[in-house]
Design a protein around this ligand. Structure first.
Ligand code: ZN
Length: 388
């Protein structure tokens, strides 16, 4: 199995690199225009149609190929989105971003990245010690380089052997914490309250803005949005790293819920008010999963996704719907089990994965859970009765 990671650093581009970025953006838009007007999405047909039209651009052919393949990817996503929503906006690249998989060289001894510019002429970017340290690791292949006007990201890969897990750790993500339950019966919690605080603080800054100029408002908002994301990302990196270290040490696989739409994110019916749910940012849920997943792959730790339906409300012993009590506790009226609701959710996630066998592949574990509609309906009737 191939595992992929990215390392990035800030840099200041010279005029030549800025020129290349702008050329790449224009080429990308040209490929998108061709792809849309001729209705092609496959990389092959887009290459035959677009390549000779890119001759007006003076960039080296490495970049042309990358622009075409990037455009093909964007078009594929666009067509997928159109099928769901007719009013999806046609893709157009505004940001300066250049990706290349060919022609560049990383010189770890000179601490530089060399990018082809003109025949027999390269541009160099100095890489910092952190990046060089990572790229000097043995068994690593450098795959691609992405440049923006302020950042250079280098993607690298290695072949890893998947470990045969001795057990599983289930992760339940909540607004304020991560709750982990493993197959040895251990329960752990990682505090994420700081991430929530960061979000709340930036939201406040944004809400106090009274400038009427829409454009400045957008600029400031996006600036704070970016800062907020960077801070939350750091907090999540810390948490995901600890989880992976723990899993690696125990040789355990990882189980998470498959995030589907907004249903699970907002946990409707889990007695969280609208304001409380409003502060949740679905982005950070995906970000945590993304981090856990790529870090796990890098260590050969298998990741399993399970159906999230009802993990927050069903009893983790008898699977019946539970009743909320004080202090985030849930009580099962059937078996009398009383438990913290986050712990209950983590145990449910773990149980779902175990039911399919600890070494089941991700796809197998995602098979639809058997529905217990009848029982749930009776339960709902009882609830209304007791409410009256
Ligand atoms: Zn129960």
């Amino acid at each position: 199995m191939r595992a992929v990671k990215t390392v990035q650093q800030y840099y200041t581009p010279g005029p030549e690199i800025l020129w290349m970025l702008e050329q790449f953006r224009q080429m990308l838009n040209e490929c998108l225009r061709i792809g849309l007007s001729e209705n092609v999405t496959s990389l092959k047909s887009l290459s035959t149609k677009a390549y000779h039209q890119l001759t007006t651009h003076d960039l080296m052919s490495y970049y042309k190929l990358c622009a075409i393949s990037k455009a093909a990817g964007i078009l594929r996503n666009y067509h997928k989105a159109v099928r769901k929503n007719q009013r999806t906006r046609e893709p157009y690249a505004r940001r300066l971003q250049l990706t290349t998989c060919y022609g560049f060289k990383v010189k770890t001894l000179d601490k530089t990245l060399l990018l082809p510019f003109k025949p027999k002429q390269s541009l160099s970017i100095t890489l910092n010690a952190h990046v060089i340290g990572i790229l000097s690791e043995p068994n690593i292949q450098i795959r691609s380089v992405t440049l923006t006007h302020e950042r250079v990201s280098i993607c690298y890969a290695k072949e890893v052997e998947s470990i045969q897990p001795r057990g599983l750790i289930a992760i339940d993500r909540n607004l304020d914490n991560l709750t982990l339950a493993d197959s040895q019966g251990q329960i752990m919690r990682r505090d994420l309250a700081r991430a929530t605080l960061v979000k709340a603080r930036y939201q406040e800054i944004r809400s106090h803005m009274r400038r009427n100029d829409q454009r400045i408002r957008q600029q400031v908002t996006s600036k704070y949005g970016r800062k907020q994301r960077e801070k939350v990302k750091q907090i999540l990196h810390h948490a995901s790293k600890q989880i992976i270290n723990d899993a690696k040490e125990k040789e355990f696989g990882i189980v998470m819920e498959k995030l589907t739409g907004i249903r699970r994110l907002y946990r409707k019916g889990n007695w969280q008010g609208r304001g409380y749910r409003g502060r949740m940012n679905s982005w950070s849920y995906y970000e945590l999963q993304r981090q856990v997943e790529y870090k796990a792959h890098w260590e050969g730790i298998p990741v399993i996704y399970v159906n999230p339906n009802g993990t927050s409300v069903k009893c983790s012993i008898c699977e019946l719907r539970m009743k909320p009590e004080e202090n985030r506790q849930l009580k099962c009226r059937s078996c009398g089990f009383t438990v913290d609701r986050d712990v209950n959710a983590a145990r449910n996630i773990l149980a779902r994965a175990l039911r399919f066998g600890a070494v089941a592949s991700a796809r197998e574990a995602m098979v639809q859970e058997p529905q217990r509609r009848v029982i749930l309906k009776v339960d709902a009737d009882e609830l209304t009765k007791s409410a009256n």
